[in-house]
Ligand binder design. Sequence first.
Ligand code: ASP
Length: 379
Amino acid sequence: MFIYIKVILVSRKFVNLFIDKKMNFSIIHKRLYFNKKACSLLIGICIIFPNLLSVPIAPVFAQTGSTDTVPITIVIHGGAGTINRENMSREMEKAYRTTLQQAVNFGYGILERGGTSLEAVVGSIKILEDSPLFNAGKGAVFTHDGKNELDASIMDGKSLAAGAVAGVGTIKNPIEAAYAVMTQSPHVMLSGSGAEQFAKEKGLEIVDPSYFFTERRYKSLQRLLNQKDGGSFNNLLNPDQKHGTVGVLALDREGNLAAGTSTGGMTNKKYGRIGDSPIIGAGTYADNLSCAVSSTGHGEFFIRKVVAYDISAKVRYGGMAVQEACEKVIYEELPALGGSGGVIALDQYGNYSMVFNTEGMYRAFRQEGKGSGIYIYKQ
Ligand code: ASP
């Protein structure tokens, strides 16, 4: 009895090992998640029914995964960059907070009703894509040639299935196209006119390129073009370069993770430039055995560092917690190359982190039993 209780307490999070009073032991499913309630319940059962201890309980847990105790969670970013109080009007801040709140609540509602993490990711990202505030969908930034070229990707942490579209200009919600690539094609990434044709054939909403025009983004491009050097592509300290890419991570009742990212890329991009957002492993990654990740920032550096997968690998093989892995990459490794931006990450136990090395990052979360939060600036 004593050993049994002690093992449960010690192993609440990582060690999935049960020992009964006859000293039989079993390693159970990795997904078993112990919260305080579950521990107290098990201890209580042991005290009342000591005989139960000789029953081989491990296989029962292994099959069910004890997923009732997974805290459904949604984590969102809306881009990182030069976001500070001085540059932000009250109305603007309110508008950002309201939309982040809507996106987080919408995704959480899907999870609450038993929907999958993939459904929650697509649903929340669509809200952000339809808002002109974020650099994704309707609010996409302009290329050097005055066009909007959008990228998006999605990944399922359970099956490692993934889908992405790159450089598309007529698909209203690129995240839906990425999801369709994952679920209705044998491919992982489609680009340009081919991706647009695919989206049309799959019945997704196609719009005229003018749908993506917004005055604010167009002015940003003009300001950059009017600079002496024709507009530096690399200067994230320039407010016109600040990001607004969106990313969503979700953990559903079944304990499955999913990640998605959608963007217009970077203002003044040229020659069909594609950033990290549609690249699985750089902008997006999800694996139930490690974590889900979505990146935002100067894409070239995120591609070179394979940031999303690197964080996942640090968790899976390096034994790091998600917060530690994100901090290592965003505070140390990425700046060492000259890269700036941020990430969000979420593991199967509901541990999440939102880390950035810029002045701010639009971000929000909602988690069962913990409530919700919306943040913009450094805390
Ligand atoms: N990572 C995106 C890109 O490089 C931009 C961003 O996150 O805002 O295309």
